[in-house]
Design a protein around this ligand. Structure first.
Ligand SMILES: Nc1ncnc2c1ncn2[C@@H]1O[C@H](COP(=O)(O)OP(=O)(O)OP(=O)(O)O)[C@@H](O)[C@H]1O
Ligand SMILES: [Mg+2]
Length: 315
């Protein structure tokens, strides 16, 4: 007990999840996952569609019932002290669910009132770069602006922990980068952020630590660099093909650990590129395959995911 208390003090965990499970009938959406989030860290859950990311967040937020296991936030068990937990967190809502007929300033004041607070709405709008839009309605905003507004709304109660569920999905690269800056700024204010994403680059840029989730389980958890080192992926060879080659045959080539195809591109993970590359060109010649655009690069989180799960993040 004392040891656990000391560990909690030293690492200052703000969220502790222990064997958290969610079942819907026969379907296990979240399968006994355990992890902790440290105070002030940005923690990412990276995984494909249906992995269980949203379900995990919603159980911790107290929005969804827990089948078994526990989630503790700020020392409060979320299943037993949901009200206290809700006062400590900010949850990004989908902008489409906002009230019509209010301008942005009124909207923020209304949300603050729901928490029994008064806020400086203009200051919050400034923080998300929507100050000039204060007279606009939500329907007049672009996708990126809506996302930023929903973050401002999630901040009205000055939460200790901010939950962002796929904050940049559907945004163009520029708007995505813009949102990354905003999230980094919120992190610098000392807030703990837990976010989900499909984008490995987003996880690499924003997150101190990343849990990789697949089929309801956490398959790896570390810093982005740590994950790449730990997975010991080696190198990735990518190339374009004129038609689908025999993937199983490709997997048999020397050094090859994984091979997948995506549209007309093949991605191979290899520990011995100096053996794999000549074998690959021999394979291509034998199969009469047209190979173009051959590229090699160092492993990314996407490759870690491929190595751990045998499939790509976005399929
Ligand atoms: N209310 C529900 N009833 C039944 N099954 C559900 C319900 N909500 C989610 N699921 C199932 O639980 C699994 C995990 O869903 P979840 O929404 O947590 O995935 P996700 O990782 O957030 O996916 P995405 O990236 O698409 O948002 C899926 O198989 C989903 O169909
Ligand atoms: Mg989701």
């Amino acid at each position: 007990m004392l040891r656990r208390l000391l560990i909690a003090l030293v690492t200052a965990d703000i969220i502790t999840v222990d064997r958290l499970t969610k079942r819907y009938g026969d379907l296990t959406a979240v399968d006994g996952i355990s992890f902790s989030v440290r105070q002030g860290e940005t923690f990412g859950i990276l995984g494909p569609n249906g992995a269980g990311k949203t379900t995990t967040l919603e159980m911790i937020e107290g929005l969804k019932g827990i089948t078994s296991g526990t989630a503790v936030l700020g020392g409060h068990d979320v299943a037993q002290q949901a009200r206290t937990v809700k006062s400590l967190i900010g949850v990004q809502l989908q902008a489409s669910s906002f009230f019509d007929g209010l301008n942005l300033k009124e909207l923020i004041e209304t949300f603050a009132a729901l928490y029994g607070r008064t806020v400086d709405a203009m200051q919050l709008l400034r923080q998300v770069q929507l100050e000039e839009k204060w007279k606009s309605q939500v329907k007049e905003l672009s996708g990126g602006q809506k996302q930023r507004l929903s973050i401002a709304v999630a901040l009205v109660n000055d939460p200790k922990v901010l939950f962002l569920d796929e904050p940049t999905t559907g945004l163009d690269p520029q708007a995505r980068r813009n949102l990354w800056d905003l999230i980094s700024g919120i992190k610098r204010q000392g807030k703990t952020i837990i976010l989900t994403t499909h984008y490995m680059e987003e996880a690499e840029v924003l997150c101190d630590r990343v849990a990789i989730m697949d089929h309801a389980k956490i398959v790896a958890l570390d810093t982005p660099l740590g994950l790449i080192r730990q997975a010991d992926v080696g190198s990735t060879v990518e190339f374009h093909v004129d038609r689908q080659p025999d993937l199983d045959a490709l997997k048999q080539l020397p050094g090859v650990e994984q091979a997948v195809s995506e549209n007309h591109a093949i991605r191979i993970i290899t520990k011995q590129p100096e053996q794999t590359l000549p074998a690959l060109f021999e394979f291509k010649a034998k199969a009469g395959l047209a190979v173009t655009n051959v590229q090699m690069h160092q492993a990314t989180l996407e490759d870690v995911f491929l190595k751990l799960t045998g499939h790509l993040l976005r399929e």
